[in-house]
Design a protein around this ligand. Structure first.
Ligand code: NAD
Length: 306
């Protein structure tokens, strides 16, 4: 049987560490880390996600606030709120829940969040920092994937890693993190030829395709480590209940060295990493005065971010 990588247990351990860091900051006289969540409109799933994030803040001692705005909020008003939060020293993380209503330019809004408060790690400045290995805030799910891998792998150097999926929010940042860890990385996608053979050589497989049970047992080398990021909701016809399916045929991959389940693998890590990112941002912002020059120190040509 493969070792089960228990995402809930790893996430709980990360929460403990985050809480201890918050306590240390308070003892050192620093401002308590603060996360602000902006929700525009009445999207039901978004409301659930926001509630979970606020609850997670309470668990680790991060102060949280919510801005619930009506669906017809103008883009200008939303940008003005973000500008205010960018300049608020008690706010260290700003999260604007997507999807935004159609009349709002999501890219513009997400880029208006200060890169130092961008706890989702999606701002082009943070993407650039990640791809050049110069720090910055790492997106939550990819960070969670790496922490899960670190829980079972001591030395990544020279390992053959395959990432299935090349999205900006999962596949590409995971590939960059694995490269930084000195793996040899193959990034694959829907048009990749010969995916089963590519996987058969891998020491590490990170599946983030959103294709239920794509990775079959005979694609997996004995002893490989598998992280299943995929989550697809399907109706189980036998029970009439909704079921969550991962991208990996879990039952037939038990010859792997270690594997994450779905649910209970990557899922619990994402919010725990959001909390960790908020504390990291709060520490960085309080360690030095934030100036525009600090924000762009690795990118002399600022016009590209305008
Ligand atoms: P996406 O749709 O943006 O990207 C999917 C990628 O997978 C694309 O690059 C596509 O080319 C590739 N792909 C799709 N089908 C494929 C196939 N049959 N073979 C090879 N490649 C294929 O998706 P995303 O936002 O990156 O999310 C991927 C999955 O991860 C989804 O199931 C999503 O729900 C899940 N997810 C989970 C978490 C979490 O917290 N656990 C967070 C983010 C995403």
């Amino acid at each position: 049987m493969a070792q089960l990588i228990d995402g809930k247990a790893v996430a709980n351990a990360l929460d403990e560490k985050t809480k201890a860091q918050v306590d240390e900051m308070i003892e050192a006289g620093m401002v308590r880390p603060g996360l602000t969540v902006i929700l525009v409109g009445e999207d039901g799933a978004s409301q659930v996600y926001v509630r979970r994030k606020i609850k997670a803040c309470q668990k680790v001692g991060i102060s949280s606030s919510e801005h619930r705005l009506p669906a017809d909020t103008s883009q200008a008003d939303l940008l003005a709120l973000i500008e205010k939060l960018n300049n608020d020293p008690t706010v260290h993380g700003i999260l604007c829940q997507v999807p935004l209503p159609a009349h709002i330019d999501t890219r513009l809004v997400l880029r208006s969040i200060s890169p130092d408060k961008d706890v989702d790690g999606f701002h082009p400045v943070n993407v650039g920092r990640l791809s050049t290995g110069t720090g910055g805030i790492v997106p939550c799910t990819p960070l969670g994937v790496m922490i899960l891998l670190q829980s079972v792998i001591d030395d990544f150097k020279g390992k053959d890693a395959v990432v299935i999926g090349k999205s900006n929010i999962v596949g590409k940042p995971v590939a960059n993190l694995l490269l930084d860890a000195e793996c040899t990385v193959t990034v694959t996608h829907i048009y990749t030829q010969g995916l089963p053979d590519i996987c058969r050589k891998a020491d590490i497989i990170v599946a983030a395709a959103g294709a239920p049970r794509l990775v079959k047992g005979d694609w997996v080398k004995p002893g490989a480590v598998i992280i299943d990021v995929g989550i697809t909701r399907v109706l189980d016809e036998a029970t009439g209940k909704e079921q969550l399916l991962g991208d990996v045929d879990f039952d037939n991959c038990q010859h792997a060295g270690a594997i994450t389940p779905v649910p209970g693998g990557v899922g619990p890590m994402t919010i725990a990493c959001l909390m960790a990112n908020t504390v990291q941002a709060a520490k960085a912002l309080q360690a030095r005065p934030a100036t525009a020059d600090d924000l762009y120190e690795d990118a002399p040509d600022r016009s590209m971010f305008a």
